[in-house]
Design a protein around this ligand. Structure first.
Ligand code: ZN
Ligand code: ZN
Length: 680
């Protein structure tokens, strides 16, 4: 055993055998098997045959191993066949070896008759068999049809299955049509093939045809059919199927219930997902993944974590890589650092931390919590990094304001031979945007179309307009919008409008607003931006006009809220009304803090309009978190200039590090400075 695993040291094999014989333990059957396997692996076929004949009762594994060894060379293929016929018992592996070696040595017809013999004797074909027997599928299929009548259902079904496995829709459809009396398995195979390949119409037609014949679908069939109905267009049929499975008693089967949940989750009917989940008697990991996913889709992220705790109590449902990918994405969105860290150790205990999908989502989680060094550590630990790994670290650097590192990572990625996609470029452009790197931004933007053949989408344009506009190149930004081949989105006009505010460009701001309102007549952000543009240009009447218009149209600014993690809970603060139990204490503390900051020269503008939510969250953090902890606050909107100044002052006066994640990026405050260098 040890030797077969040694790999590159075949010359050791006979020596080891010598050693083993001397130790006279070669009567041990376990060792005999290993020695035989070792000889076969290193091509000592003669020794292997001797070994086989000296064994008292060679196991099936030994026989298979020997046939495999003999069938590799055409000179010993006949011996392999002889041995195959001598075998006391065979399994699918034995058949697979003999069929594929006949094929490899060019004896295609023999391979086919062997394949049909296998079917006749009732052995179950697996994907390896199909791949082996049907290497040149069309020719072989024709021959099979010549050799056997297609009424031979098991063979026909085997063919159908092999086409389904290789996703050859046309051939599968043909093979199905040739079946005189398709079994339920054949129906299931062909229906699910079409459904999974996106041909829902065809799948539904076939399903209706199937209902005309007296066949009773089993649980597998039902789960496949439900999978075919997982789109809004076919939901009506899906609901009928739900009724049918309830009547036939299959609805509580784990596999069928999972499919039902999947269907309702994909079509957005979360209420049913929950009902089915609760009615299940035996849930597996798939059931849990579907319910967790549906909570995420439904925007109920906090509950995902509670569900996970329940999941851990059920023995049948061990979390898998999909579970952890969902959980990490939730922790990333909520930026709950401690919960995420606990999950990391869970995943490591289950041996899933080396799974690339899990690792990628852990990188994203750390990056979104503002812990970019930790994200980097996980990223470096990934053995084989895929495109998602690289995209995640690039956009992580971008969000955290480390533009140069994002660009460097991109160069490293190219060196490893991985090709960028549109997500990669979005990461690069947003890195440039957050750091005001105009030249680099223009360069990468031009790279996309010209030599990477990636069409820039709305998000890419929005990044560029924002980058150009904020850097004072407002005209150039407008020109870019005018030259777009696709209709500019709300975000693009919004970006132009907001740079018009920074650079006091009233006329352009009005053009941007006009276009913005064509797309969204109640865009609250637009109204408030334009009224700021007017106010800052001293146009008092126009400002009042905007405020009046907003009132008339019933437009309210979306309420700002901020949150932070403390003591295993998420504490949420809102600008106008906070129902946090400690809000009165927090307000008192905030006033004290503001007074002490004023002594250092901070001028606050917040008190007249009440406090912005991030100030409340920071005050809460200062009150409760130990002084060596940095304070991490998340906010749903962009941080304003006043609060930005407040954070800088707190980081200086209180000597505390603050990390604020707002709607667009991170701000790391320390010693009176921010990582964004006041460019955001
Ligand atoms: Zn603010
Ligand atoms: Zn900043």
């Amino acid at each position: 055993m040890a030797c077969a695993a040694l790999g590159s040291t075949p010359e050791l094999a006979p020596q080891l055998h010598g050693l083993v014989s001397k130790l006279s333990s070669s009567q041990n059957p376990q060792i005999q098997v290993s020695i035989l396997d070792m000889y076969v692996k290193y091509g000592y076929i003669h020794q292997a045959v001797i070994q086989l004949y000296t064994m008292e009762k060679p196991t099936l594994f030994c026989w298979n191993s020997m046939i495999f060894g003999l069938s590799k060379s055409s000179s010993t293929l006949n011996n392999a066949l002889e041995l195959f016929h001598m075998m006391p018992e065979r399994n699918t592996v034995s058949w697979n070896i003999i069929i594929s070696s006949l094929n490899q040595h060019g004896f295609r017809e023999d391979a086919i008759s062997m394949f049909s013999e296998m079917n006749r004797q009732g052995y179950k074909s697996d994907p390896v068999t199909y791949a082996a027997a049907l290497e040149s599928s069309v020719a072989v299929h024709a021959q099979i049809i010549k050799l056997h009548s297609t009424a031979d259902t098991s063979l026909g079904h085997a063919l159908l299955n092999s086409y389904a496995k290789t996703r050859d829709l046309e051939a599968a459809g043909k093979a199905f049509d040739e079946l005189t009396r398709p079994s339920i398995e054949s129906w299931t195979a062909v229906i699910s093939l079409f459904a999974q390949s996106g041909y829902h119409e065809k799948a539904i037609t076939l399903f209706n045809q199937m209902r005309m014949v007296p066949l009773a679908p089993d649980r597998t069939s039902f789960s496949q059919f439900l999978g075919a109905c997982s789109s809004k267009d076919h939901l009506v049929l899906g609901i009928q199927l739900h009724g049918l499975v309830s009547k036939t008693g299959y609805a509580t089967c784990t596999i069928v219930a999972n499919a039902l949940m999947g269907m309702y989750s994909k079509t957005g009917i979360f209420h049913y997902v929950r009902i089915i989940f609760q009615s299940m008697t035996l849930r597996n990991v798939l059931s849990w993944n579907v319910i967790l996913e549906s909570f995420v889709k439904n925007g109920r992220r906090e509950e995902v974590m509670k569900m996970y705790v329940c999941m851990l109590r059920e023995e049948e449902a061990r979390p898998d890589s999909v579970t952890f990918a969902i959980l990490f994405s939730v922790c990333a969105d909520l930026a709950v650092l401690n919960l995420g860290k606990q999950l990391l150790s869970h995943s490591a205990r289950l041996g899933l931390d080396s799974d690339v999908a899990v690792a990628n989502s852990a990188v994203k989680f750390y990056a979104k919590c503002g812990k970019i060094e930790e994200a980097r550590k996980i990223f470096d630990s990934i053995g084989v990094k895929d495109l998602v790994s690289w995209n995640t670290i690039i956009s992580g650097y971008a969000q955290n304001g480390f533009a140069r590192k994002a660009l460097q990572s991109f160069e490293c990625m190219l060196q490893t031979g991985i090709n960028p996609d549109s997500v990669t470029f979005l990461g690069l452009l947003s890195a440039c945007r957050h750091a005001g790197l105009v030249t680099e931004g223009k360069y990468y933007f031009s790279c996309m179309g010209s030599y990477r053949n990636i069409e820039p989408a709305q998000e890419h344009f929005a990044c560029m307009v924002d980058l150009l506009g904020r850097s004072g190149l407002v005209e150039e930004a407008k020109k870019m919008i005018d030259e777009m081949e696709i209709q500019p989105s709300v975000e693009i006009w919004g970006a132009l409008l907001s740079s018009c505010r920074t650079h006091s460009r009233v006329e352009l701001a009005e053009i941007a607003m006009e276009n913005l309102l064509k797309l969204d007549s109640t865009h609250a952000g637009g109204f408030s931006l334009l009224s700021h543009v007017y106010a800052e240009s001293g146009m008092v009447n126009a400002t009042a006009g905007m405020r009046k218009l907003m009132k008339e149209r019933g437009i309210k600014k979306s309420p700002g809220c901020s949150w932070l993690e403390f003591d295993g809970k998420i504490h949420v603060f809102a600008a106008d009304e906070s129902n946090h139990p400690k809000i009165a204490d927090v307000m008192v503390a905030l006033n004290m803090i503001t007074i002490s900051l004023r002594a250092w020269g901070y001028e606050d503008k917040g008190t007249a309009r009440g406090h912005h939510s991030e100030k409340l969250a920071i005050a809460f953090g200062l009150m409760n978190l130990p002084s060596w902890n940095s304070i991490h606050v998340m906010k749903n909107l962009r941080v304003c200039g006043d609060c930005h100044g407040f954070c800088k002052a707190v980081s200086l006066v209180y000597g505390r590090e603050l990390v604020i994640r707002d709607a667009s990026r991170f701000h790391h405050f320390s010693g009176g400075f921010c990582s964004c260098q006041d460019f955001w």
